[in-house]
Design a protein around this ligand. Structure first.
Ligand SMILES: Cc1ncc(C[n+]2csc(CCOP(=O)(O)OP(=O)(O)O)c2C)c(N)n1
Ligand SMILES: [Mg+2]
Length: 263
């Protein structure tokens, strides 16, 4: 692995430590859902300028706050107030509270429609930068998503980059056990999309795939294979950690793992 990528991976470890501290401090929240997003969000903040980011699976926003904190785009006071009463950093993103949060999400299914609006505006106004929309795989079951795909099939938007956090879980259980969604690639293809598949925790793969999407002149989606709870062994692929209070013992265990891996 190149030195540059090792440094970037260490940054994602630091971001995971920030995330775990904020969730421990909050006493509630969505650890597993946030952990699967870290490399995807880190990539966007690290490499893009003038971007819009619609985190359609809004319950993963503690992951976004941690990335924003790492890049000093969120101050410590707000960051440490996650999910507190009257705090700006609520458990789901609120556009009214931060200039750099582009959409209030949490009601699943709506983010892609919002992203379409931003992408149309960027193109029409000839603005720089891309509009990223990050969707959950369980979220794809919302009907509004497929309405958006029908629209995109006949209205290609060159500024839009769609990434699915394909962690195979929805809520506390596997999608295959909750409401199975077989042939995910074929579903997108049937709406006229070019499907790119990548490892959502590998920054190099993300980089290659996102650059391919930018060069593809037709509606595209990146299905990013991820692990719910990625980076903390006892949270990985565990339904319990979809949304759970991190007690002191688990907090210390999680930090220990992140520190051990740092060496
Ligand atoms: C419209 C709507 N219905 C239900 C919920 C409750 N809900 C919160 S998270 C979640 C699971 C979503 O699955 P996925 O998008 O795969 O996210 P992950 O569990 O992987 O974080 C659900 C159903 C919601 N937030 N919005
Ligand atoms: Mg999921």
């Amino acid at each position: 692995m190149s030195k540059k990528l090792v440094i970037q991976n260490n940054n994602c470890l630091k971001i995971r430590s920030l995330l775990i501290k904020s969730l421990y401090n909050a006493g509630s929240g969505h650890p597993g859902s946030s952990l699967s997003l870290i490399e995807i969000l880190y990539y966007i903040y690290r490499n893009e300028k003038n971007f819009k980011l619609i985190l359609s699976k809004g319950h993963g926003v503690p992951g976004q706050y941690a990335v924003m904190r790492f890049f000093k785009e969120l101050d410590n006071k707000n960051f440490n107030n996650l999910r507190k009463i009257n705090s700006k950093a609520q458990g789901h993103p609120d556009k009214r509270n931060f200039k750099k949060i582009d959409a209030s999400t949490g009601a699943l299914g709506q983010g892609l429609s919002i992203a379409i609006g931003y992408a149309m505006a960027k193109e029409y106004l000839k603005k720089k930068g891309y509009v990223y929309c990050v969707l959950g795989d369980g979220e794809l079951q919302e009907g509004q998503i497929w309405e958006s795909l029908m629209f995109l099939n006949s209205n290609y938007l060159k500024k839009l980059i769609i990434i699915v956090d394909y962690n195979k879980f929805q809520n506390e259980d596997l999608i295959s056990k909750t409401l199975p969604m077989p042939m995910i690639e074929e579903k997108w293809k049937s709406f006229g999309f070019k499907v790119f598949r990548t490892n959502g925790h590998n920054l190099n793969n993300l980089d290659k795939t996102i650059n391919k999407v930018k060069k593809t002149k037709k509606p595209s989606v990146i299905i990013a294979d991820t692990i719910k709870g990625k980076g903390i062994s006892f949270m990985e692929n565990s339904g319990h950690w979809h949304s759970a209070k991190i007690t002191r013992n688990f907090y210390l265990k999680a930090l220990e793992e992140l520190n051990v891996k740092k060496k």
